[in-house]
Structure formats: C-alpha cells, structure tokens
Design a protein around this ligand. Structure first.
Ligand SMILES: Nc1ncnc2c1ncn2[C@@H]1O[C@H](COP(=O)(O)OS(=O)(=O)O)[C@@H](OP(=O)(O)O)[C@H]1O
Length: 545
C-alpha cells in the first residue's frame, strides 16, 4: 500500500517538467478509457492537443501505465487550427508529437474547438470537420479510429442531430462519449445509448481538470485526491464500472503531473486490493463490448433539454423547448379519437402537430421507431407557440395506448403532460376494428359537447369554448359534426362513423364473455383511481356470465 502511494509521488518529482504550462489554462485534454468485463478491467487513455509540449511526459506516463494495464494507449484528440500557434517550445512539442503519431491513438475534436451546438447548419459543421481532417491527413494522423469527442460535450446529449450527421459524413464516426447522459450527477447512473448508429458511451469523472495542475493546490487539499484514489470515489468508479472512460487535460501531465500520479496510483491500488485485471481496447471494440454487456442501454431515453441547466447550456439557441405537447390523446384506436381530435382543434387555444406525410394527423413518436429519429424531428411537427402559457400544443396518436415503450418515453420527455384516453366497450371496439359492425354507445358519440366541457376543464384551457353551439347532429351522417356557417356541417370522412348491420347476439355474447375478466380488472382500476365507470362498463358488469 505504502509503496503504491510513494512510487508515483517520487516519480513525479524525478520526471516533472517544471517550466511547463505555468500560464496555460487552455484546454488540454487527455482521455482515459478504463474498460473491462467481470474480473477484467481495460484502460485506454485519450489525449488532445493544441500546443503540445509534453511529448516525453506522455510517453513516460504511457509506458508506466502499460506496465499495469495491458495495451494501455493514450488516445489523443486534435483541433488542428491550433497547430504551430504557440511559443517556439510549444511548436516544437507539436512537431515531436507529430513525428511519433504511431505511438498513440487519435481522435478528432472540432477544427477550432468550437461547440457543435452553436452551428445550426450541418454544412458549416461539415466544413469545420473537413479542415480538421485535412490537417490529419497532411500530418499522417490516422483518420480511421471511428471515435470523436465533442468539445464540452456539446451536441452529444442533448442530441444536436446536425453533429451526428456531420460526424458520419466526414469521419465515419461510430463511437463517442459523454458525461451528460442522462445527467452529470449522480455519476453512478450515467448510461450509454446508440443514436444514428453512433454508439455513445458514458464517460466517468476522474477529478482532474484544467486547473488541477499542482498536487498541493488540489481543490480541498491533496488529501482529497489521495482519498479518491485510495478506496474513495475514483477507486469505486473503476471497481463498479466494468468499463470506465476518463478525460483529463494535458495540463495534468505537466508540472506536478497529476495525471500520471492519479492513474498510476489508481492502477496500483486496484491491483493491490482487488483481483481485477486492467486492460485497454481501441474505441470501436470497446463500444461493442459495452453494448454486449449492457444491451438494455442501446435505446436512448430523450429528456426535455431545458430541464437540466447543463443540458440547456449546450442546447442550440435556435431550438426551443416550447415546441413540445402539453397533453397527449393516447387512444386506443377505434374509440373516436379522430372525432375528439377534430373537436379539440376547433378550440382557439388548442393547437395540434402538423400532419405527417405517412401517418396523417398522428405523429406516432413515442410508440415505435420514429422515436429514434430524435427530439429535433418530433419538435419540428409543432409550431412555436405565440403564448407559451395559454397555448396548448397537443398530439393524438391512437396507438400510444397499447405501446409498451410509450409511457416511459413520454414520462421522460414530457413528464408534466396531461394524458387523455377514451374507453369504450371493447366488444364494440373489436367489432369496429374488424370493420364488420359498430354499436353506438359512447358518450363521445351521443353527447360530445358534454365530453368536450369535461376535456376543457381537465386541461384547464381557456377561453371556455362552447361546443353545444359549435357542434350539431348531422342526421345524414348519423354523428355529431362541426357546425359551419349557414348551417352547413363538416363531418369526419367516410372511414369514420360507418354504417353496419347490428352485431349478432352470438357474437356479442362471445365478445362479452371474452372481455369479462378484463372488464372486471378495468373496473377495479377505475375504482382505485376514483374514476366513474363508463355506462357501457356498468352494463357489461351487470350481465350474468
Ligand atoms: N362524431 C363522430 N363522427 C364519426 N365517428 C365517430 C364520431 N364520434 C365517435 N365516432 C366513432 O369513432 C370511431 C373511429 O375511431 P377512431 O377515429 O379512433 O379510429 S382510428 O383508430 O383513428 O382508426 C368510429 O368507428 P367506425 O364507425 O367503426 O369507423 C365511430 O364509431
């Protein structure tokens, strides 16, 4: 234990480069990837330069870590615009490093280290990336690692879809990492996800930042860093995560070399006190391993980007969080959802999404694969409300009701949204579904104005809209329709409110008995929720089996 502690400390004093980085507070990064499965842990370290000076220090650290971590290799990130823009010594450092590209792995940052979410046009992002790629090609830096990191996490999560597209076009990026999904804190809940075929891995925090240059000046005192390494947070991060990714700044490898100190010490401590084996994998292999271990993390869960300050800060100013629905009509299908939809959009404060070319008035975002298109895609269906507090954006997708995924997904993105569902006798619904016959019996069908009064009350929408005046029973259609000027009516199309012969009694008895147990369960649920039983349900329950 004592040896583990004292060795890197001594090493630090012997090989430190004292004149380095006194005033450099800029962004020098080093990434470390710790990965592993069950009894194995793997480490890879990534580093990022603008003015590289510490070539020798990097190699020293890499060699020291290789003694403890199989295949340990730094992964260096580059923003080419800063090449040869430092002092003479720093420029020399750049050349030294570029003369030994084969010693390390490499990943692109942005050309000028800009935050991607500030670029609204994909083409400007592409331009910037092409510059960085040209720089890489000119200097023999490999361009096929498939890994990239966005400066300051910007654009990765919350997803800036333009970044993902540009990454794929220019660099064929397959993997990235962030500390922001689903949130920075608590760190132990960070997860990965796959979006647009790019695997996003959770990144851990090692406690080294641009300002942690000197051991004695470590925030809270050096004991804090030592505690974290020796059985504290950092130790547990590696022990509890089969795969850990760290990012440190180049400044952590100058002066007191806290990067070296921390990781060598950590690896020693882990090896002394556990049976874990540490090893490193190249990024793409690492990502595949991660999602083999955590397949349930593949599907992302989108959240409102404005709910977390850190997320809001890296969310494009040209995008707003107001283009999200305040309520959902979730179906189920064949219960009168189209009629309810029509009645709702008659209200001056209620605004629906624009139509989808494929699914018409329904967006069908939360239930199936549209969800993987991301929230930019979803929000584009909604207008920017002219008055955020009084306008009610909503969306009706009748198959949310029976979707396994929709409730969780909706709860994450729009946790405050109200939900409206329509229940009708399932026998009638099933019958309607198979287009044989339909039985009238719903309040929405017979008395929509009262239903719409309840809906308005439930939503708290204003002004109060008088549906008794705005709707009329169209005897030709046989349903309630919108009343237009001069007594004309606007009814739903031919496919809604069809005329069938009545259901035969044998069929009704069969369906009634088929749904009986479900209806009993439903009545219990409604009772528990303090909801009144619909009249059809009361009638169904009174039937003798
Ligand atoms: N005002 C009015 N006009 C027309 N139809 C009305 C109305 N109110 C309720 N209904 C009932 O709505 C049934 C269709 O339900 P949905 O719109 O939810 O169907 S779908 O899931 O979108 O296909 C539809 O069923 P079908 O007649 O079998 O099509 C009607 O029974």
């Amino acid at each position: 234990f004592t040896l583990n502690f004292s060795f890197p400390y001594a090493a630090k004093r012997i090989i430190s480069i004292s004149h380095f980085l006194e005033e450099v507070k800029k962004l020098y990064f080093c990434h470390g990837l710790y990965t592993g499965v069950s009894g194995r842990r793997k480490i890879m370290c990534l580093m990022n330069f603008f003015y590289i000076y510490l070539f020798q220090a990097l190699l020293d650290t890499q060699n020291l870590l290789r003694a403890q971590i199989t295949n340990f290799t730094f992964n260096l990130g580059f923003s080419g615009k800063f090449y040869h823009t430092g002092t003479e010594e720093e420029d020399e450092g750049d050349d030294l490093l570029l003369g030994s590209v084969d010693e390390f792995w490499w990943f692109p940052h942005m050309w000028s280290h800009m935050q991607p979410h500030l670029f609204h046009n994909e083409s400007s992002l592409v331009e910037q990336m092409i510059l960085n790629k040209k720089f890489a090609l000119e200097h023999g830096i490999p361009t096929d690692m498939g890994y990239a990191v966005a400066p300051h996490h910007s654009g990765v999560y919350p997803v800036h879809v333009q970044l993902y597209e540009a990454w794929k076009k220019v660099w064929n990026i397959k993997i990235t990492s962030t500390e922001e999904y689903p949130h920075l804190k608590p760190a132990r809940y960070r997860r990965g996800f796959i979006h647009k075929n790019i695997m996003v891995l959770p990144r851990q925090t090692c406690g080294l930042f641009t300002h942690t240059i000197f051991y004695k000046e470590y925030p809270g005192g050096p004991k804090e860093l030592d505690k974290s390494i020796q059985g504290g947070e950092l130790f547990f991060t590696v022990v509890l995560n089969p795969m850990s990714i760290f990012m440190t700044h180049l400044s952590n490898y100058g002066n007191d070399r806290l990067g070296l100190y921390t990781f060598v010490n950590l690896a020693n401590f882990v090896q002394s006190w556990t049976n874990l084996k540490l090893q490193t994998l190249p990024p793409v292999q690492l990502a595949h391993k991660y999602f083999e271990l955590f397949p349930e993390q593949k599907d992302p869960l989108w959240q409102n980007p404005c709910d977390d300050k850190r997320h809001r800060d890296i969310w494009s100013k040209e995008k707003t969080c107001d283009r999200l629905p305040k309520f959902l009509v979730i179906g189920p299908q064949k219960t009168g959802t189209t009629a309810l939809y029509l009645f709702l959009i008659m209200h001056p404060s209620i605004i629906s999404n624009s139509p989808s070319p494929k699914t018409f008035e329904e967006v069908q975002f939360f239930n199936r694969n549209n969800y993987h298109r991301g929230i930019d895609w979803y929000m584009d269906f909604f207008p920017v409300p002219s008055n955020v507090s009084t306008d009610f954006l909503f969306e009706k997708s009748a198959n949310y009701f029976h979707s396994e995924e929709a409730p969780k997904r909706a709860a994450f993105l729009i946790p405050k949204a109200k939900i409206i569902t329509i229940l009708i006798d399932p026998s009638d619904r099933a019958y309607s579904w198979y287009q044989l016959l339909i039985i009238d019996g719903q309040q929405l069908r017979t008395d929509p104005a009262t239903v719409m009064d309840e809906v308005q009350k439930f939503l708290g929408v204003s002004p109060h809209y008088n549906y008794s005046e705005a709707l009329t029973f169209d005897s030709h259609k046989g349903f309630w329709c919108q009343l237009l000027e001069e007594g004309k009516t606007k009814c739903l199309g031919k496919s809604k409110g069809r005329k069938y012969p009545p259901m035969d009694s044998e069929c009704r008895a069969f369906l009634s008995s088929y749904y009986r147990d479900h209806n009993v369960e439903l009545s219990k649920l409604l009772h528990k929720l303090g909801q009144p039983l619909p009249s059809w349900l009361r009638q169904e329950l009174q039937k003798v089996r």
